[in-house]
Design a protein around this ligand. Structure first.
Ligand code: 6PG
Length: 250
């Protein structure tokens, strides 16, 4: 049985709807977490796709003083770089005013092995040393090559199961700088994952990720072992004519 077939797939008609669906799903996860546990811990992906949704989210009336933002991955750049996932999300979520939640960034400008170890310790401390590191919401993107977070295909990174955060060495042949990333066990453990996919270039990988196969070839396949709720939000180009079970957000 393919677990992925049971995951929810929403197809947005345009960018506006894609943005609203993603933001409202994350907002709902935040509200539910705060109501249930008094805090919402959200891990954010970078890349270009989530920007509109993060901006929308910052405008929603949420209990931001009980929201903690973490990062799914980070590039080896300082926070003021326009390639900094923290920097971009902090701008989109308007974190500088101190009224939109507390940010725990991955420090991409420092020694990445040390930062990975420190971020892992931070996660254990914030979630509680005896508790699973189970984010209330994780936003995930995907590259046309099938990577998600900074777990790249053909590198074995998706199989790492003894760390929560790792340093991903630079891959000059792919034009990828060194990175920090949450590992698959953390993503799998999340209570809720929303996958953002837009554009025809990602159609094939969005389909491949939902059928059985090698995770090292298509790291986004790790969602087939997700323990929590997974919702895919595609646009029409990414959905194409695939036989996706489309359900409207209700
Ligand atoms: C990053 C990411 C990465 C991203 C995908 C999709 O730092 O690049 O977190 O996993 O989500 O590469 O990126 P786009 O949204 O830009 O296509």
């Amino acid at each position: 049985m393919i677990q992925a077939a049971e995951q929810e797939v929403l197809i947005a008609t345009d960018l506006e709807e894609h943005t609203a669906l993603v933001a409202e799903l994350v907002a709902r996860a935040i509200t539910e977490a705060v109501d249930a546990r008094g805090v919402a811990r959200v891990a954010l992906s970078g890349g270009q796709t989530p920007s509109e949704a993060y901006r929308y989210l910052s405008s929603v009336g949420l209990p931001f003083d009980q929201v903690e933002w973490y990062w799914v991955d980070e590039r080896a750049v300082p926070p003021d770089s326009d390639r900094s996932n923290y920097g971009v999300a902090a701008r989109d979520l308007a974190l500088a005013d101190g009224k939109h939640g507390r940010a725990f960034r991955m420090e991409g400008e420092r020694d990445l092995d040390e930062v990975a170890a420190a971020y892992e310790t931070l996660l254990h401390r914030r979630f509680g040393v005896a508790s699973a590191v189970a984010f209330d919401a994780v936003t995930l993107g995907v590259g046309a090559d099938g990577h998600t977070a900074s777990l790249f295909p053909g590198t074995g990174a998706v199989a790492i199961d003894d760390r929560l955060v790792v340093h991903v060495p630079a891959q000059p042949d792919r034009g990828v700088e060194a990175r920090l990333t949450l590992t698959a066990p953390v993503i799998v453990e999340a209570r809720f994952v929303v996958v953002l996919v837009r554009g025809a270039a990602k159609r094939r990988v969005a389909e491949a990720a939902r059928v059985p196969g090698s995770e090292d070839e298509v790291p986004l396949r790790l969602l087939q072992r997700a323990k929590g709720r997974v919702v895919w939000v595609l646009d029409q180009d990414a959905a194409g004519s695939s036989c996706i079970d489309s359900r409207r957000f209700a």
